[in-house]
Ligand binder design. Structure first.
Ligand SMILES: Nc1ncnc2c1ncn2[C@@H]1O[C@H](COP(=O)(O)OP(=O)(O)OP(=O)(O)O)[C@@H](O)[C@H]1O
Length: 123
């Protein structure tokens, strides 16, 4: 196999692993299924009120931010549980700050959602 083919084969496999990661996250984390449901509801509402492109972009950005922070928070929790199963104030700090990142993104997403949808729901 030449270098070029090998490069694309490796990239293709990496995509496969990333999809496996998303599937594992959805399978194992109840939070993920709540996010999935919320995402479907919000996207359906966006289609119903026929959001313009720019508002779709903003909505998708905040939805993505919640997913990404939740996935990273879950990874942080799993790493800490694996490498340091004992209780320790530093582990509490790490997990609390990671959870705080999810909270920040969720609060921003709710505010953005209200600002985007409120004018449509008033009509
Ligand atoms: N090893 C530990 N040492 C000290 N505090 C911990 C430890 N593990 C968890 N905690 C505390 O308990 C909280 C909850 O941790 P946990 O790992 O159970 O996550 P969780 O928020 O319940 O996530 P999930 O519901 O996704 O499992 C942490 O934010 C932290 O305050």
């Amino acid at each position: 196999m030449n270098k070029f083919t090998n490069y694309w084969r490796t990239r293709f496999l990496s995509f496969g692993y990333a999809f496996q990661g998303m599937a594992a996250f959805l399978r194992s984390e109840p939070h993920a299924r709540i996010h999935a449901l919320a995402t479907v509801v919000v996207v359906a509402l966006g289609c119903y009120v026929k959001l313009p492109a720019l508002q779709w972009v903003l909505l998708l950005l905040v939805i993505g931010m919640v997913w990404v922070t939740e996935m990273i928070n879950t990874v942080v929790e799993k790493i800490m549980d694996h490498v340091a199963p004992e209780r320790h104030p530093r582990i509490k700090w790490i997990k609390d700050v990671a959870a705080g990142a999810v909270l920040v993104s969720a609060i921003i997403a709710v505010i953005a959602g209200v600002l985007i949808f409120f004018p449509y729901l008033q009509r």
